[in-house]
Design a protein around this ligand. Structure first.
Ligand code: ADP
Ligand code: MG
Length: 165
C-alpha cells in the first residue's frame, strides 16, 4: 500500500454502540469527513500505528477499517483502539493517528471469544511491529507535535486532514 504511512486526524464521534467497550476493547470512531479522504489503495482490514488524543501522549494503536453495517455497508468506518487505559472517555477530542502497517483483512467470527482473541492477537502484533526502529521513528513525527488540544470552534464541521505534510 503506497499510501502508508498515512497521517490523519479528526474529532472522536459516537459510534453505533456495538459494545466494543463492553468487550474491553473500546474503539474511537472518526467522522465520515475523515473516512471519505482515505486513499483508494487503503483497503479494509486491520492496521497498526501511533495515536494521540488532543495534545496528549503518543500510544500504539490498532485500527479497523470496515464496511459500516449501519449504512448497509455503503460507507466505511475507521475505528481506533488506543493501546492505553484512559481514565475517561474522550468524545469530542481530536484524535491524531498515523497508520503505519497492515495486519490482516476483515473477517467474521463464529463466536465472541474468537473475535476477542483475534483482536488481542492484533494488539500483540502491533506492539511488536511498532518497536522496530523504522516504525518507532514515526512516533516522533512533527505531525504529532502539531496536534490541537480540542476542536477549534470554526472548524468543528471540517476537521483538518493531513497527509504527506
Ligand atoms: P462507540 O460505539 O461510541 O465508539 P465504544 O464502546 O467503541 O463506543 O467506546 C469508544 C469510546 O471509548 C471512544 O470514543 C473513547 O471516548 C473511549 N475510549 C476510552 N479508552 C479508549 C481507548 N483505549 N481506545 C479508544 N477509545 C477509548
Ligand atoms: Mg467504537
Amino acid at each position: 500500500m503506497k499510501s502508508l504511512p498515512y497521517f490523519c486526524r479528526g474529532e472522536v464521534i459516537r459510534g453505533f454502540g456495538r459494545g466494543s467497550k463492553e468487550l474491553g476493547i473500546p474503539t474511537a470512531n472518526f467522522p465520515d469527513s475523515v473516512v471519505e479522504h482515505l486513499p483508494a489503495d487503503i483497503s479494509t482490514g486491520i492496521y497498526y500505528g501511533w495515536a494521540c488524543v488532543g495534545s496528549g501522549d503518543i500510544y500504539k494503536m490498532v485500527m479497523s477499517i470496515g464496511w459500516n453495517p449501519y449504512y448497509k455497508n455503503t460507507k466505511k468506518s475507521m475505528e481506533t483502539h488506543v493501546i492505553h487505559t484512559f481514565k475517561e472517555d474522550f468524545y469530542g477530542e481530536i484524535l491524531s493517528v498515523v497508520m503505519v502497517g497492515y495486519i490482516r483483512p476483515e473477517r467474521s467470527y463464529d463466536s465472541l471469544e474468537a473475535l476477542i482473541s483475534a483482536i488481542n492477537n492484533d494488539i500483540e502484533e502491533a506492539k511488536v511491529q511498532l518497536d522496530q526502529p523504522e516504525r518507532l521513528k514515526l512516533k516522533t513525527d512533527n505531525f504529532f507535535s502539531s496536534a490541537p488540544h480540542c476542536p477549534p470552534p470554526s472548524t468543528t464541521a471540517a476537521p483538518s486532514i493531513m497527509n504527506g505534510h
